[in-house]
Design a binder for this molecule. Structure first.
Ligand code: AGP
Length: 614
């Protein structure tokens, strides 16, 4: 997620804001910028640069921005590549308003269209710039000079998740902030006040804080803070004392980034799927230079990826084959190009990569392009090498993933491959618009279901600690449960360094059942499915040979109870969506298992977050 800082007080704002942004660097970003109000103008002095803070600081060294009110931003690109032009703050037509923003404005395309029709000229690719112009309009049309009222009015017109922090050249003592679904915290100082995405940015100045609640707007002044709802009615709120150190604050109080990122998954999915339907009722990808005619000409699909991304690709196969009736092959990227696959203009290669920089997958993309195949990249990193070298891109908008182990990245990839299947079916006409929208509505229920699953994980954590002395764990699944069995095994391997193996449940009797000894833990993904009876038979087979069965099952399913030593219950959902729910206990189990062993789940041994060598 992006980093945001706002300040008004007696200090030089530039120092406070840049220091705050530096403390938020851990969140990951690809551009940065500041706006400082020069009250003598009055004018807003803005500097912004792509890349790391050092680039911004080099630009700032050319001429110091003086003033005691400022806002700043570190951006993780979701709409528009990480360039100077797309970096925040963004301004309105006259440069009177400066806005920094975290989140995704789902209706920004329609808002932008209206602004341009009313004569506004927008110069960036971002959703944020539209907000600056909307505030300009409201400010001019409303009660003259009421910046907070203008921001409240604009917020009421926005759809999606956002944190906004706004400055106006006519207000040397006012910074306005607003939030929906994403965090914004006020730092309460003495003759100075702060706004930030999280307390890390200002705890060097004050540890007294107040978190804004949903759809609240804050007016920050030197001498005080007023918080209202969107109707302008003042609302009370609790202040709290921050007793975290900086390291804990970066993890929002969690012991590890991975644990925080597991909890972020509902919002990550919500942001990934938000705004995907245009006014024309069609699903839309982010960047697309493949015509509908070419899409209708596809005769074969390959999905190439590595690690967890490969597992999401295996699930994607089921969606695309079911809805598009196109043959899909899912390949390890590291193997793909060396077997000289048959590729041509009627082939679509889907590359899945959180980083967009994995060498194996990037080289597979290059090989596919050389063979004249079409390439769609699904990535969490806007402007990554893979996205730039593809014909189309679909961004998962999961925000930076700091932990090496993929959690919200693979979760949002599952949503993305589901949507990619729907997109292809819609363009190829193999599913009618009503059915596409119905499947999309099913997907929209998933964030709340993930939240429900996350609320049930205490028993899973205890089970993981109880089993943390085991050196071998098997994971079994059928159909879309099989890729998740692979993912569960990978998580345990990479976090706890345990010999874990995932396999199709039907395969166990063709050899691996010899691994079963008395008490061997076996995790079986047995959520309600057409193959349920066969899965129950598999559970009986392994239990008869002494396995300790950990069964992940759907609420109310009684068939598995006689064979489950441990039962992890999940809410019911459509089978194609079930991997997004079974994934959660697998992540929690592996993390807790590793922590019980005293291991660092953020930085497992021998691993890198992005494997940029073949
Ligand atoms: C998964 O937990 C690992 N971190 C690893 O397998 C990862 O999924 C793989 O290296 C692919 O990375 P990418 O998605 O950035 O291409």
């Amino acid at each position: 997620m992006c980093g945001i800082v706002g300040y008004v007080g007696e200090q030089q704002a530039l120092d406070v804001v840049v220091d705050g942004l530096r403390r938020l660097e851990y969140r990951g970003y690809d551009s940065a910028g500041v706006a400082v109000l020069d009250a003598t103008g009055p004018r807003l002095q803005i500097e912004r640069r792509a890349g790391k803070l050092a680039n911004l600081e080099a630009a700032l060294a050319q001429g110091r921005l003086a003033g005691t009110l400022g806002i700043g931003h570190t951006r993780w690109a979701t709409h528009g590549a990480p360039t100077d032009r797309n970096a925040h703050p963004h301004t309105d037509c006259s440069g009177a308003v400066a806005v920094v923003h975290n989140g995704t404005i789902e209706n920004f395309a329609d808002l932008r269209e209206g602004l341009e029709a009313r004569g506004h000229e927008l110069t960036s690719d971002t959703d944020t710039e539209a907000v600056a112009h909307l505030i300009e309009e409201r400010y001019a049309a409303g009660e003259e000079g009421d910046l907070a009222a203008a921001v409240r009015g604009v917020c009421a017109s926005l759809e999606g998740s956002y944190v906004l922090v706004v400055a106006h050249r006519d207000h040397p003592d006012l910074v306005v902030g607003a939030r929906r679904n994403l965090p914004l915290v006020v730092g309460i100082g003495d003759g100075e006040n702060f706004l930030a995405s999280d307390v890390t940015a200002f705890i060097a100045h004050t540890r007294e804080a107040r978190a804004l609640d949903q759809d609240q707007v804050v007016e920050l002044r030197r001498e005080g803070v007023v918080v209202t709802d969107l109707d302008g009615v003042e609302v009370g709120g609790e202040c709290f004392h921050v007793d975290w150190d900086t390291a804990a604050a970066e993890k929002a109080g969690f012991d590890y980034f991975m644990l925080k990122e597991i909890q972020e998954q509902p919002d990550a999915v919500r942001d990934t799927i938000g705004g995907r339907f245009g006014l024309d009722g069609r699903l839309r990808l982010d960047e697309l230079s493949i015509s509908d005619e070419d899409v209708r000409g596809f005769e074969k699909v390959f999905i190439v990826a590595a690690g967890s991304s490969y597992h999401s690709g295996l699930v994607g196969k089921y969606a695309i084959e079911r809805w598009c009736r196109l043959p899909v092959e899912v390949e390890m990227a590291s193997e793909f190009r060396y077997r000289d696959p048959v590729l041509d203009r009627h082939t679509l290669v889907v590359a899945i990569s959180q980083s967009g920089e994995t060498a194996d997958t990037l080289e597979a993309v290059r090989h596919a392009r050389q063979q004249r195949a079409w390439v769609l990249t699904i990535s969490n990193t806007v402007g990554s090498s893979m996205a730039r070298e593809s014909d189309a891109a679909f961004y998962t908008r999961g925000g930076p993933e700091i932990a090496v182990a993929s959690t919200k990245a693979v979760m949002t990839q599952l949503a993305a491959v589901y949507l990619a299947g729907l997109y292809l079916a819609q363009v190829r006409g193999t599913r009618d618009p009503d059915e596409v929208r119905s499947h999309f509505r099913d997907l929209e229920t998933v964030p709340a279901l993930i939240t429900e699953v996350l609320s049930r994980m205490d028993a899973t954590r205890k089970l993981a600690r109880d089993l943390s002395g085991e050196e071998r764990v098997l994971f079994l699944g059928r159909h879309v449960g099989y890729p998740m069995a692979l993912e569960g095994a990978l998580k345990l391997k990479e976090l706890a360094y345990v010999s874990a193996e995932g396999m199709p449940a039907g395969e166990i009797k063709h050899g691996p059942i010899a691994l079963i000894d008395k008490g061997t833990p076996v995790v079986v993904l047995a959520t309600r499915h057409a193959l349920q009876a066969k899965l129950v038979t598999n559970i009986q087979e392994i239990r008869a040979r002494g396995a300790r069965t950990i069964v992940i099952a759907t609420d109310g399913d009684e068939t598995v109870i006689p064979y489950a030593d441990h039962l992890i219950r999940l809410p019911d959902t459509k089978s194609l969506l079930s991997p997004m729910l079974t994934l959660v206990p697998l992540q929690v189990f592996a993390a807790e298992f590793a922590m019980a062993r005293g291991l660092d789940v953020d930085q497992p041994r021998n691993l890198a977050k992005s494997v940029t060598v073949e």
